[in-house]
Design a protein around this ligand. Sequence first.
Ligand code: NOJ
Ligand code: NOJ
Length: 501
Amino acid sequence: MHNRTVFLLIQTCSLIVGIAKATQRQKPLLAYAPWNSAKSIETQAQDSGILKLEEWINGQNEFSQKQILANIAPISNDHKAVPGAICASPSRAYPNYYYTWTRDSALTMSEVFEWINSTNEVENVMKDYIQFTEKVQKMNGLQYGLGEAKFNMDGTPFKGSWCNAQTDGPAIRARVVLKYISHLQGQKKDWRRLVDIVKRDLDYVAEVYGQNKHCDIWEEARGLHLYTLLAQRRALVEGVLFMQKVDDKAADKYNHAVKGIEKLLPQFWDDKRGHLLTTVDKSGGIRSKQSNLDAQTMLAGLHYGIDGNDEFGVGSKWMTATVFQLLRVFSSMYTINEVASTEIGGKNIPVGVAIGRYPEDVYDGVGVSSGNPWSLLTSGLAEYHYRLAALFISANSAEVSEELSQLLEWTRNMSGLEVGNFSGEKLVGGSTEFRGLIRYLMEAGDLYMARVSRHTAGDHTMFEQWYKYDGFGHGAIHLTWSYVAHLAASRARSEIVEYLR
Ligand code: NOJ
Ligand code: NOJ
C-alpha cells in the first residue's frame, strides 16, 4: 500500500476510535482508582496504571534529551552550523524552523543546564552556547540589536522580515549565563569573563523594557506583553543579586528597571474577565485576539514566577483563574478533547484537555487556517499542577482558594478524578487531607501528561502541534521546545512522587 494511503487509513481509524471513545465520555473508564490512604502508593500505582504512565514518561525523558542534543550544533548533517546554535526544529520547509531563536535556545539551555553534572558533553554544549552568544552580542549592524528574534544556523543574521524586536530572549539568556556562573563558582573555576555577557543582555533589557512596539513570543502582536515583562523582571532581579555580590554598580540600574516593570504589571489582571491579560497597550500586529486570554501567560508563571507571594507565579489566584479559563475555552474547541481516556501499556488512563495558544489562533503549524493544540503548552499544564503541589509541600500548608477549588471541581467533572471538597480550607502540612490534595494535584497533572503521551508518536517523536481533528503530530517535527517542556514537567512530577512515597 502507498504510504499516504496507510497514513489516511490510520487517520480514519483513529478518528473512528476517537468517536467511539468520545461516546464513553459520560462515564470515563477510570483506571486511576480513588485514592485509598490505607494502601501504599506502590500498590495503588500497580492497580491504577500510574506505573504505565511512568514508564512512558521515563522513555520520553530519555528520547527528549537525545533529541535536544541532536538539535544543537554541531549538527550531524550540517557542517556550516556554528557550534552552540540550536535549531527550533530540524524542519527546513513547511515550516522552515531551521533557525536559532534566542528565546527557544535560552529555554533549551536552561533545561540542558539541569544535566550539567551528569556528563562532560553538557559542559561543552554550554561553552559552545556561551561562545555563540558572544558572537551574536558583538555582531555589527543588527537592525533590532539584541532583540533580533532569530539567527541563521551558520551564525549570520536573518535578513527576512520578521516580527521584531522580541525582548524576552536576552533576558532568558542572561539567566542561563548567571546559572552557569554560579556553577563555575561552585567548581572554583574561572567565571569572571562571563560577567560581561550577562551585562550586555541585562543592559539591553533595562534599556528597552516597557516599550509597546515590541513583539510577543508568538511573534504576532505588538504591545506590552506579560510574558516578556515577567521574563525581564526575573532576569533583572537575579542580575541585581549577582551584581550586588560582585560589587558592580550595574545593580542599581537593574534595580531601577525592576521597579519600572513592577509599575506596569498590575494592569494585566482583569477583574471582569477573571483572567490575566496577555497584552496591553497594543500598537499593532494581529488584531483578532479579542479574548486577550493566552497560554503564554501560564508559561510566564511557570518560567518566571517568583515563589512566595508573587501575583504572577504558579501559586497566585490570578494564575489559577487564568489556567482555569484556558482549560474551559479549549475543552470545547478541539475535537480531540472529546476523548476522555487513553491506553498505555494495556491500561486505560484518563486524559485531560489539550490546549493551544489562544482561542482566536489561526496558525496551523505551517500556514494560516485555524489553530491547533500544542504539545509544549499541554505539558505546561501538567507542570502547573505539579508545581502547585510542590509549592504547598514547601510551605508545609495549603490554602485552597476559591479559584483553586473551582479548578479542582471542574477537573473532577471532566475526568472523574476523585477529590474531597476543600474549598476555603487551610490544610496543615502532613495531614491526611493535605496529602490527599497533593495526591490529587499529581493525578490532575498526570491527566495532561497522559494527554501528551496519547498524541506523541510511538517512537517518542514530538511535534509543535497536534492536528485538532485526529491528534496526529502537526507542524514542526522534533520541536526542541516540546521536548524541553516535557522534561520540565517530568522533573516537577518527580518531586511530588518523592513526597508521596
Ligand atoms: C505565525 C505564527 O503565529 C508565529 O508564531 C510563527 O512564529 C510565525 N508564523 C512563523 O512560523
Ligand atoms: C513559533 C512560536 O510562536 C515562537 O514562540 C517560537 O519561538 C518559534 N515558533 C520557534 O519555535
